[in-house]
Design a protein around this ligand. Sequence first.
Ligand code: HEC
Ligand code: HEC
Length: 298
Amino acid sequence: MAIMPNDFWSGWIIVITVTSLLGLAWLVLSIYLLRSGDDQLHEEPVWDENLQEGNTPAPLWWFWLILAMMVFSVVYLMLYPGLGSFQGAFQWSQGGQLAERQASYNAEFEPLEQQIVSSSYEALGSNELAMNTAAGIFEEHCSACHGIDARGQAGLFPSLSDGVWQWGGMPAQIEQSIRNGRNAAMVGWLSALGGEGQLQNVAEFVLSMSDGIDAAHPGKRYYDRFCIACHGPNGDGNPVLGAPRLNDDVWLYGDEIGSVRTTIIEGRMGQMPAFAETLDDQQIKLLTAWLLARNSAD
Ligand code: HEC
Ligand code: HEC
């Protein structure tokens, strides 16, 4: 069913509206004219000596008020939509008004957006208004996982203010993390390692890496065999794969032997959702500038 009336129904609406207006005009006018016939008043029948039908004339202000309202409706219907599908002289429409507002919004914000596009990350980072906006975007979209202050949640979501970047801390890499999300994939290694003894050795070796590489450590040969492809010979990690640095004593999943063992047994699949659909380029750039500024301030 069409939402707008078609021509037939539109015609009907016009006929009914105009007829009602004319009828109302006739009614009001006839009451006004009747009022001048004051002499009829005393020809009314009288019952029970003094019981008489009242015929007090309608007051004049009443007549002018209704007349003014009628003139208003006629003028309104000529200017604005209301008579069937007739658009009115102003061609006003809700959609048109929305487009107008959108245009004025764009005119106001386009220069601001251009400013964000052309500014450097440093310039944005020292612009208070830009940083307040970015903090608001972060609070709305990111804080549920990374925390309002971007310090993360131990064992679940990485801190974004410790200067340690699993997927790289260059502006382009941070923007990529936000825009496309990140899927970390480390599978479990227990069966490949071959047993509990090897597992414990590798876990201990991994925990010792931040104190320097001990070439004689019994876990090193397993690490060299199964882990360096992603985490590197010295545990420097690999931002392309999201393999974290293991020699910096910063732990996404905790620094206890138990959590390192769990990581090696079960693997870890941290997932950062993609925001390309939710945020536009300017918002992503603002967030990146905000994260860079937080990390350089520390
Ligand atoms: C549903 C939870 C969740 C939300 C919401 C979320 N993130 Fe993440 N984010 C993660 C997880 C989990 C990781 C770590 C992925 C991994 O293990 O590699 C991550 C990683 C990141 C990284 C990479 C960190 C590094 O060390 O390289 C950045 C940057 C980041 N998030 C920024 C953001 C921003 C900005 C927002 C808001 C627009 C956001 N995140 C929203 C869960 C989330
Ligand atoms: C295919 C590449 C790959 C290999 C091989 C690999 N890892 Fe990982 N590892 C990763 C990735 C990616 C992560 C991050 C997982 C996440 O963010 O959820 C990770 C995370 C870890 C963590 C957690 C670090 C933290 O900050 O909590 C430890 C510990 C670890 N790996 C140890 C090892 C050990 C030991 C081996 C060898 C037995 C190994 N990894 C082999 C890719 C790999």
